[in-house]
Every structure is written in structure tokens, then in C-alpha cells.
Design a protein around this ligand. Structure first.
Ligand code: HEC
Length: 97
């Protein structure tokens, strides 16, 4: 019985530390949750907010998975809201390779 009580907190910690990661990995590459209008807005935001510090990169230059990481780094630099971040991402991955 004592063992169970000792193990329980570790199981909880494991669960707590794994759950958010598992969700974000599963959800991150999911695209096209935005409407066509939002994707068009994403394009406009991309073309106006993402060339301030460097030239515009081609959407086809990176995979959808790479864009997840890039957008996580660049959205705060461009001071995008969470919604704008999503729209720009959905625009980037909507461009045909
Ligand atoms: C405040 C300045 C700034 C803004 C605004 C900005 N970037 Fe960047 N970006 C950088 C810097 C600095 C680097 C190179 C250093 C680095 O990789 O962190 C970079 C690198 C990149 C790269 C290359 C990554 C690689 O792995 O080669 C991409 C793609 C990119 N930015 C996309 C974007 C997009 C998309 C936006 C708009 C949401 C954006 N950036 C807005 C500063 C900025």
C-alpha cells in the first residue's frame, strides 16, 4: 500500500508534463481552421509585418512543421495577436508547394 502512495505524485507529474506537449504536437500542424477571408488577411499581415527586419521569405521555402517553429519565434517579433499568428500560419501553409 505504501508504494502506491509514493508512486502517485510521480505519475501525476509525468501526466502533467506530458499532456500539454502531446496536445500541441497534435494540433500544431493542423491547418485550414481559418476561413478564406482570414487566410487573405493572413497574407496581408505577412506581407506588411514580416518584411520589417528581413526580406519576405517564400511560404514554400519551409514545410508546415517548420513554419510552426518559425511563427512561434517570429509572431512575437512582429507583435501579432494569437489570431493574426493563426491566420498568417494558415496562409503560409495554404500556398501550394
Ligand atoms: C523584429 C524583427 C523581425 C520581425 C518583425 C520578423 N522577423 Fe523573421 N527573423 C528576424 C531575425 C533577426 C531572424 C534571423 C535570426 C533568427 O533566426 O532568429 C529572422 C529569421 C526568419 C526566418 C528564417 C528562419 C530560418 O530558420 O532560416 C523566417 C522564415 C522568418 N524570420 C519569418 C518571419 C515571419 C513570417 C515574420 C512575420 C510574422 C517575421 N519573420 C517577422 C527578425 C524578425
Amino acid at each position: 500500500m505504501k508504494r502506491l502512495f509514493v508512486a502517485a505524485p510521480f505519475v501525476l507529474i509525468l501526466l502533467a508534463s506530458c499532456t500539454p506537449k502531446a496536445t500541441s504536437v497534435a494540433e500544431a500542424p493542423r491547418s485550414a481552421t481559418s476561413t478564406a477571408e482570414q487566410i487573405a488577411q493572413g497574407k496581408t499581415i505577412f506581407e506588411t509585418a514580416c518584411n520589417r527586419c528581413h526580406k519576405l521569405y517564400e511560404p514554400t521555402q519551409f514545410t508546415s512543421v517548420q513554419w510552426v517553429g518559425i511563427m512561434n519565434a517570429m509572431a512575437p517579433k512582429a507583435k501579432l495577436t494569437d489570431e493574426q499568428h493563426q491566420w498568417v500560419y494558415d496562409y503560409l501553409v495554404s500556398v501550394k508547394k
